[in-house]
Design a protein around this ligand. Structure first.
Ligand code: CA
Length: 270
């Protein structure tokens, strides 16, 4: 069963790698690869390289998992996990998984780029978590139109969810997001539960906004043909969740209903 799962995952990854390909010698992986064999990369909510060993452990635990072992990271790498960011893994070791050699990342090597067991556990890196049960939500969406719902919708979402929706439409098209329903735990800085939108195929570049509470966000339009939605809920207090519709559009956009959509290009140029 597990083997079948791995074979399926490998086929899936191969398919996707073909779809995405390499650019400048680096596999431009995206969030769909961020979880491979139960392993995923996690950075601090404050940004890259902000986690001490203890904090990295806590981040993984918070999401219901634990720090990945070297073996788990390597297993994930073998089915395509490629992340250009060093993170803690089990027992205070630091490194990152590289699938495709590149000059900008991994010193031209392939494998786990291993910084070894760190003597100073106060150093700050990202984290590699292992949680085979996480992220049973999200996915890769390539349809021209879809409705994205929070996990369990119309029921309230559960605690400790982490979902990535990765939208890719045809080259030359843009993605028009329209919020139909929106209700997440309210918090002034959206630190508890939130939905983040990235004008990018990962959650590292193209940050376009973080939303919580029950105010319906304005429409958004991507600059390119990819977009990522990331939903995260913490360990207490849930809410009604969300329904978001996306539509692939050939620019220029002609919104037929609702308010004028906010262009992410304008947004990111602010
Ligand atoms: Ca919550």
């Amino acid at each position: 069963m597990r083997l079948l799962g791995l074979i399926w995952a490998a086929c899936f990854v191969l398919q996707e790698v073909r779809a995405w390909g390499f650019k400048n010698g680096i596999l431009h992986n995206s969030i769909w690869l961020e979880q491979a064999a139960g392993v995923y990369h996690r950075e601090s909510r404050k940004g890259r390289y902000q986690l001490t060993y203890m904090e990295a452990k806590a981040v993984c635990k918070f999401e219901g998992g634990k720090l990945a072992t070297y073996e788990q990271l390597e297993a994930a790498r073998q089915i395509g996990l490629h992340v250009c960011a060093a993170g803690w893994f089990d027992r205070g070791r630091v490194g990152y998984p590289i699938v495709k050699a590149g000059t900008n990342c991994g010193f031209g090597k392939v494998g786990i780029i291993d910084y070894g067991y760190r003597l100073n556990k106060s150093e700050r890196w990202d984290a590699y978590c292992y949680n085979p049960n996480a992220k049973e939500c999200g996915g890769i969406l390539t349809d021209q139109q879809r409705i994205i719902q929070s996990p369990g919708y119309p029921e309230e979402y559960e605690d400790e969810q982490i979902c990535y929706w990765h939208i890719r439409v045809r080259y030359g098209q843009k993605i028009h997001l329209r919020f139909l329903e929106f209700d997440l735990e309210d918090d002034t800085s959206c630190l508890a539960d939130y939905l983040e939108i990235y004008d990018s195929y990962d959650d590292i570049a193209g940050f376009a906004g973080r939303f919580c509470g029950d105010e319906l966000p304005e429409d958004l339009i991507s600059t390119g043909n990819v977009m990522t939605l990331k939903f995260l809920s913490d360990s207490s207090v849930t809410a009604g969740g969300f329904q978001i519709e996306y539509l692939a559009v050939d620019s220029p956009v002609d919104p037929t209903n609702g308010t004028d959509p906010m262009s992410l290009l304008e947004l990111t140029n602010d």
